[in-house]
Design a protein around this ligand. Sequence first.
Ligand code: ADP
Ligand code: MG
Length: 269
Amino acid sequence: MSDPTRPRGPKIIAIANQKGGVGKTTTTINLGAALAEAGARVLIVDLDPQGNASTGLGIEADAREYTTYDFLLDEITLGEVIQKTADENLMIIPATVDLSSADIELISNEKRSFLLHDALRQHAIDAYALDYVLIDCPPSLNLLTVNAMVAAHSVLVPLQSEFFALEGLSQLMLTIREVRQTANANLRIEGVVLTMFDARNNLSSQVEQDARENLGDLVFQTRIPRNVRVSEAPSYAVSVLSYDSNSKGAQAYRDLAQELMQNNARAAA
Ligand code: ADP
Ligand code: MG
């Protein structure tokens, strides 16, 4: 790859939006699974104390011996904290509710914004030959999300196709700008993806139109439809690609993975 901002190692993408329930975790899991299906090696970092990505990929709470919290705050190596999922190419660093105290504990730490950055740049990460790291952020612009943005090459923003969807985006963009100015000058916006899209609903179309007018090429062509299979999959502890491979949701996440890989191939050329 000749992308000057990314000389080697995996592409690191923070999946962020401070609104809850917009599809961050769903996108992290299923985009991760779709990239893995396409042959990439993918690590998900669960950075939300709710641990929904961990649960959704079948890591039971009592099997989370070491977690993102240890990875950030203790000298726990990637090898100790990484877990396999049902999908061979898809790995995860799980989270537990412990992580909710990290936000406060970090305040007095001099390197507080760089902990994930530094942890992900251990030598050991090379051994996993990862192509992508997807960070599932909490629904807040707190220090955890800042850690994700400092560690990442880019931010991918799920936008729920509903009323007020674009509200809050300016706050998110402001945070991205601050991180660029202080810690990570090369941070890019990977794209904005419309989630829970319902083509029969005027509101969805209106949100799409507004998003494309305001954000232009930043909006992915791929839209993720509202699809019951997508919402059912986590209770079976697998991605929607495994749960119902032919569902509209699975296909949409495959399309998103292809679009993302094409964008990255173009950027690297
Ligand atoms: P966030 O991580 O941003 O809080 P989630 O990914 O947990 O959001 O999604 C919120 C809820 O919406 C979950 O119950 C999830 O199953 C559901 N959901 C997300 N995407 C879809 C979709 N494309 N179709 C149907 N339900 C979805
Ligand atoms: Mg979530």
